[in-house]
Design a protein around this ligand. Structure first.
Ligand code: C2O
Ligand code: CU
Length: 430
């Protein structure tokens, strides 16, 4: 980055969030002698990218394509990924978005590792939890992510193997050079599948803004959000689901005779004969605050030992010597922002408010946050875990987490230009 530490940090733009859904810290740190269950080799390159229906652009590939390969594993597996930077001059890293990795594996250039220079390699090793995740570079993150340096990571339940009765589909949503795509394709990709088959669509939003997704032709359930299962989700029809920037939503439905279509603005996946029929976006959205069925929590949020304020705002000031209207946290402009200090084992809550005039998808590395309330209205559905939370202007969220994963973790806006404009800080362990 240009200049001082703050410039470097902004380039690295990432914050992170939490893993606190009752995870045992010891399981996060793999025994150095343990042989990996799954190994991948990835090669990152700068490239002139040619995708169907997208104007050619200067971007990035992993193993020759963007999105990069979908990595798969089973819960509890030790995953090892060796990434080689062939020729990306600025360097690159891989961050495992939503995976509660040990801190040294978090892939944040300038915080947990140096950027991988051209001709060099870095090997990530971590034990995975079930769920839908994605990986992306965390070095000059905005241009590298928007340019294609990312892919999906899907972790199946332990020992189960793929359920042959369920058609499993990744829907990696990304806007390349102004064109909205799913898995690198604009328009509708028809995937087939026999009527009566259950299909699970793992929607991943890699774009800077929230994306409503909807299902035309069948009722559906939201079975997981940000890699965490929704408890006893009910059937939904005629509603869209907002997928936070950086966030994921897994939708499950049964393919009807006439087919079904999972849509976002500009792209879709079709299943069944003909791939279903397009429908306009429903006006009503599903409110995850009240969706699904309550169940026991792995910790008691009422026993939180600290409550932090995280007030997002905007004001004129200097950032890296540049005058502008910058994002603020608790009134301060980066790096004059609070660092959130915790001790291992503590339960803490955050009160997140947004008076900045725009929506911010707040992402915490290394932890999952449990949403307790929005605008004072308590959550009444399934425990709603997030690593990426859509915080709209004027809204207040209360979230809780267990400080269960020691390290220095980014906590930032996943509209990555906003992170570069100062909307980032750290969760740190004493
Ligand atoms: Cu700090 Cu998905 O990134
Ligand atoms: Cu933002």
């Amino acid at each position: 980055g240009g200049g001082a530490g703050s410039a470097a940090a902004m380039g690295h733009a990432g914050h992170g969030g939490g893993s606190a859904s009752g995870i045992d810290i010891a399981t996060l740190v793999p025994d150095p002698a343990r042989v990996a269950d799954v190994h991948y080799d990835l090669v990152a390159r700068a490239a002139r990218v040619q995708l169907p229906g997208v104007p050619p652009f200067d971007g990035f590939t992993l193993n020759g394509s963007t999105p990069g390969p979908t990595l798969t594993a089973a819960a509890g597996d030790l995953v090892e990924v060796r990434v080689t930077n062939a020729d990306i001059a600025e360097g690159m890293t891989l961050h495992w978005h939503g995976v509660d990795v040990p801190n040294a594996m978090d892939g944040v250039a300038g915080v947990t590792q140096d950027a991988v220079a051209p001709g060099e390699s870095f090997t990530y090793r971590f034990v995975v939890q079930v769920g839908t995740y994605w990986y992306h570079s965390h070095q000059v993150a905005h241009p590298q992510v928007s340019g294609g340096l990312f892919g999906a990571l899907v972790v199946a339940p332990a020992g189960a193997g793929a359920d042959p009765g369920v058609l499993d589909a990744v829907a990696l949503m990304h806007t390349y050079a102004g064109v909205r795509t799913i898995d690198g394709l604009p328009g509708t990709a028809v995937r087939g599948g026999a009527p009566g088959t259950t299909v699970r669509v793992r929607v991943i939003n890699t774009d800077p803004n929230p994306a409503p997704v909807w299902v035309a032709g069948a009722p559906f359930r939201v079975v997981a959000v940000d890699g965490r299962d929704v408890h006893e989700p009910g059937e939904v029809a005629g509603r869209s689901v907002v997928v936070t920037a950086g966030g994921r939503a897994d939708l499950e439905m049964v393919i009807p005779k006439a087919g079904v279509r999972v849509q976002v603005a500009g792209a879709a996946l079709g299943f069944g004969p003909g791939g279903g029929t397009e429908a306009p976006a429903p006006r009503a959205g599903l409110d995850l605050l009240h969706y699904g069925t309550p169940t026991a929590l792995p910790f008691d949020p009422a026993s939180a030992v600290r409550t932090f304020e995280y007030r997002i705002g905007r004001r004129y000031g200097l950032l890296d010597g540049r005058l502008g209207a910058w994002w603020t946290i608790n009134g301060g402009i980066f790096p004059d922002v609070p660092v959130y200090l915790v001790r291992a084992g503590e339960i803490v809550t955050f009160r997140i408010t947004n008076d900045s005039g725009e929506v911010h998808p707040m992402h915490l590395h290394g932890h999952h946050m449990l949403v307790l309330s929005r605008d004072g209205e308590p959550a009444t559905g399934s425990p709603w875990w997030v690593d990426s939370l859509n915080v709209e202007h004027g809204v207040t969220f209360e979230v809780a987490l267990v400080a269960g994963n020691p390290g220095v973790w980014m906590d930032h806006c996943h509209n990555l230009p906003h992170a570069a404009q100062g909307l980032m800080t750290h969760l740190m362990y004493e």
